[in-house]
Design a binder for this molecule. Structure first.
Ligand code: PA5
Length: 424
């Protein structure tokens, strides 16, 4: 499903020389041992996800779908990025979906909030608030304001059918509030951290409301689980990628740029940055994850990649079959001199741009390139890709003895902020 290609990566070590280390990590992962092992629920999730809850997600989504002119998804970090990445990847940026999704609760920007408030004023709204802890300030602040706006508009009773909370199964402020108000609630499992949670209710409920085939997403995860069952570095593409990253960092490449040629994959880049950045960037270690969308960013960051300081490697996340395609037209006058492309498919042009850029960055720019190729941008591929990156991320972190499942660094800004905000 995902092909790994390191032939453009200038690896100075043999990937298979890491086999013993990787096999040990793989076994520990499956045995639920190692750092952060109380957050390994995602490992078996494709096989062991809660089927009853899954059915309830489908049912509730079906019920609210027709009411939802706008679906507000209120959450941040792992409670936000996966759903957004999936919706954009699968439906594209200008889909004909009659439900529009707006993500909120991921910023303190007053302008952002007030603009959304004005925008939804005359629209029928469904609100899914998502927070595992239930106390994240960005989300809690936005939720209180949205709750009041909706109660004023619909009344408390109607809000019971329009507000859905996804949170811890039994504790926390949001759980208590949802129970008191009589909202439908969905569970974020105890042993699955935010950034590993897109295939739990965190991602699945908004996706189902948006009309996405969530069963196919789960099937993709199962396929990835099966394909990655063997830690053999000759065949396990996720583990090959995990090791290649380590080798490249050993060669002095401290930054990785995930590159897509599809604008609808830009948010996958954001999701991937969170997964790797929050998992790996600690103890003064880790590769800095950044992302770019080409050709757009070839006219900006492309200059740095080609010609700037040699600190980074690229990981091309390519897509074999685009969701849509068309032919470039003939023009009788050819004033723009573009007839040389007539009858060429638009995707072919994109792929040639990719080929030319790869050669420029690799041969002239001396920038290592890892290539990961996805078959398409459909649900199954999304589910597969998420599980692929979960595994790769865990293995690559454990290779430098890092706990992939905590985020102690994130607490520092919160402490300072709370002091300034006067929180006791
Ligand atoms: O990956 C993570 O664990 C974090 O990014 C969280 O998802 C994020 O901080 C939001 O937390 P919560 O769901 O508790 O509001």
């Amino acid at each position: 499903m995902i092909q790994f290609d390191s032939t453009h990566a200038f690896l100075k070590e043999d990937i298979t020389s890491y086999q013993d280390q990787v096999t040990k990590i793989h076994e520990a992962l499956l045995a639920k041992e190692g750092k952060g092992n109380d957050f390994l629920g995602w490992v078996e999730w494709p096989n062991q996800y809660d089927k009853e809850e899954f059915e309830r997600i489908l049912k509730v989504a079906e019920k609210v779908k027709d009411k939802a002119e706008v679906l507000l998804v209120c959450g941040i970090g792992g409670s936000y990025l996966g759903a957004r990445a999936a919706i954009e990847m699968i439906q594209g940026l200008y889909s004909q979906n009659k439900t529009e999704v707006i993500f909120i609760g991921n910023t303190f920007s007053s302008t952002y909030f007030k603009q959304v408030e004005a925008y939804i004023q005359n629209k029928s709204v469904i609100l899914n608030v998502i927070s595992k802890s239930g106390t994240t300030t960005e989300t809690a602040m936005a939720f209180r304001m949205l709750k009041q706006i909706m109660e004023n508009k619909y009344g408390k009773e109607e809000c019971k059918t329009r507000i859905i909370a996804t949170t811890d199964k039994s504790r926390g402020t949001l759980k208590d509030l949802a129970t008191k108000e009589g909202y439908e609630t969905f569970v974020i499992p105890d042993d699955i951290g935010g950034r590993y949670s897109v295939t739990t209710a965190v991602g699945l409920l908004p996706l189902a409301i948006m009309g996405i085939d969530i069963k196919a997403i789960m099937d993709g995860g199962i396929q990835a689980y099966n394909d990655l069952a063997n830690p053999d570095l000759k065949t396990n593409a996720a583990y090959q990628y995990a090791v290649a990253r380590r080798i490249l960092q050993n060669q002095g490449k401290d930054a990785e740029m995930l590159v897509t040629y599809e604008p609808q994959m830009t948010m996958v880049g954001e999701w991937w940055k969170q997964l790797f950045g929050e998992s790996e960037g600690k103890d003064g270690l880790g590769v800095l994850p950044c992302s770019a969308t080409f050709s757009t960013d070839l006219h900006s960051l492309g200059q740095f990649v080609q010609d700037g300081k040699k600190v980074l490697f690229e990981t091309l996340l390519l897509v074999e079959h685009p969701t849509m395609d068309g032919l470039f037209p003939h023009d009788e006058e050819n004033m723009d001199n573009m007839n040389y492309l007539e009858n060429k498919s638009l995707d072919w042009v994109n792929k040639m741009a990719c080929k030319g850029t790869l050669e420029a960055h690799e041969v002239t720019g001396n920038v290592p390139n890892i290539i990961l190729t996805l078959p398409d941008m459909k649900e199954f591929s999304f589910g597969y890709m998420c599980y692929f990156f979960f595994r790769a991320c865990a293995i690559t972190c454990y290779l430098i003895d890092i706990n992939p499942f905590n985020q102690p660094g994130v607490e520092v800004y919160k402490k300072n902020m709370f002091k300034l905000l006067g929180k006791n």
